[in-house]
Design a protein around this ligand. Structure first.
Ligand code: ATP
Ligand code: MG
Length: 445
């Protein structure tokens, strides 16, 4: 029997005034694979532990199959947890480890048939008589999965179960987990800070930031229609390019978004989305361009909907099947606090230190600001862009993905085409305004 799991306005406060999970509501359907995704410290494990009954719920309700479950002890919830640091009993064989919960649950019964069936499912029959010390990390993790599965729980709760494994094994086990949970049809809540893992596993992905739900949607929708700049930046590799822009919408001319030294001229007739941008006239916005929205080509090669800009090659990252080209287009990147891994472009130290203080200030004001701005545009401590010395500018502000056959070197000026159909615009608070939020996602189903 698989479960529906619902959280209604669930909060957690370890200390009186800081909510590490803030009014979280989620409805997880029976059999659904839901991923909780977010940077370190955003509250993912806390949510999982509240569902498991290992952590008390400070406020709000947990419902299991529609029944109030806040006060149930863990064993009454009939869920199996798999942790990052899977603890196997070192003095028991794999067989003993997998059978252990079965022996506790039904002391009179012989666990062997279930253990064998589980081992077959996981392809670990030949490991059953080994001790954990005689297994590789991946094999141990499979045994730990076996221990969770053998019980036939009504839900799986997995907390970064793959993060201790090397990349190749992680990919392999990721595919296995996906296949296995679908086959078993058991409701699964899976915690990770790895967006690739989230996107490839989840039926839906819940993106958390500072304990606050940012978006809950299918992987396709969070990628194609991120609610805000945080979600846009957290999901997708290479990370979306986020540039500060100013909307220019003169009554008698073309509408443009100025990007510092260059501008994007919005194609006419203006789409509905772009017409709605008019109200932003004169305001600072954040332009989001995923790497597939920009290609290297001359203006003459522009297809309908593409507009020309140019960039100075700063850095070329060879990746084998493709290359990532870091361009300087003379614009200024927007800074999104709380993102885990900053984009790996070389940044002058001075700048980095200053960004550090902005981040720190955000963290200091954690309580109130956990749900606060998702973007820093107007930092009073920062000099205005005009006043900032040229060398403080980041070397690359736009990353473009291209095939490896193009020979590009640092210092080259290169023509670029931006596909305006893939343009995102976010407002001063980081909320998406283009494509308009009202536009219904027609991507799923
Ligand atoms: N027992 C505790 N007492 C006080 N604060 C705690 C406790 N456990 C967690 N926290 C805090 O709650 C916040 C959320 O922690 P949590 O472990 O849920 O984050 P997470 O998203 O799982 O992070 P990670 O990806 O690093 O595992 C953090 O700021 C953490 O410091
Ligand atoms: Mg955690």
């Amino acid at each position: 029997m698989t479960r529906a799991i619902s959280l209604h306005d669930v909060s957690k406060a370890y200390t009186r005034d800081v909510r590490v999970v803030d009014r979280l509501s989620l409805d997880i359907a029976p059999g659904e694979f839901l991923v909780l995704l977010g940077p370190s410290g955003c509250g993912k494990s806390t949510v999982l532990r509240m569902i498991a009954g290992l952590e008390e719920i400070t406020e709000g309700q947990l419902l299991l199959d529609g029944e109030y479950a806040n006060d149930l002890i863990p064993s009454e919830r009939d869920m199996a947890m798999v942790f990052q640091n899977f603890a196997l009993y070192p003095n028991m064989t794999s067989r003993g480890n997998i059978g252990f919960p079965l022996r506790i649950e039904a002391p009179g019964e012989d666990p062997a048939p279930r253990v064998d069936a589980t081992a077959r499912m996981l392809g670990i029959e030949d490991l059953l008589d080994r001790l954990p010390g005689q297994l590789s990390g991946g094999e141990r993790q499979r045994v730990a999965m076996g221990r969770a599965i053998a019980r036939h729980p009504s839900a799986f709760l997995m907390d970064e179960p793959l993060s201790n494994l090397d990349a190749k094994l992680r990919n392999h086990l990721r595919a296995e987990i996906a296949a296995l949970t679908r086959q078993l049809g058991v409701t699964t809540v899976y915690v990770t800070h790895d967006q690739t893992e989230a996107m490839s596993l989840g039926d839906r992905v819940a993106v958390l930031r500072g304990g606050v739900l940012q978006q809950l949607d299918t992987p396709r929708t969070v990628y194609a229609l991120p609610r805000n700049v945080f979600v846009a930046a957290f999901i997708g590799t290479p990370r979306i390019n986020l540039l500060r822009g100013i909307v220019r919408a003169p009554l008698d001319g073309a509408m443009t978004i100025s990007l510092g030294k260059q501008y994007l001229r919005l194609p006419e007739p203006l789409s509905l989305d772009h017409q709605l941008l008019r109200v932003q006239q004169g305001r600072e916005v954040i332009v989001g361009l995923r790497s597939e929205a920009v290609r290297i080509a001359k203006p003459a090669a522009a297809r309908p909907g593409e507009v020309a800009i140019s960039g100075l090659v700063e850095h070329v990252e060879f990746q084998g099947h493709e290359i990532l080209v870091h361009f300087n287009t003379g614009s200024r990147p927007a800074v999104v606090p709380d993102l885990e891994a900053p984009r790996p472009t070389a940044r002058p130290n001075r700048r980095r230190r200053r960004e550090g203080t902005v981040l720190d200030r955000f963290r200091d004001r954690a309580g109130a600001l956990r749900a606060g701005p998702v973007v820093v545009l107007d930092d009073p401590a920062e000099p205005t862009p005009e006043a900032a010395p040229a060398e403080a500018r980041l070397p690359g502000d736009l990353v473009v993905r291209t095939t490896p056959d193009i020979d590009l070197r640092r210092g080259m000026h290169v023509p670029l085409l931006v596909d305006i159909a893939h343009l995102f615009v976010f407002d001063q608070h980081g909320e998406r305004i283009c494509p308009t939020p009202a536009r219904l996602p027609d991507l799923d189903e």
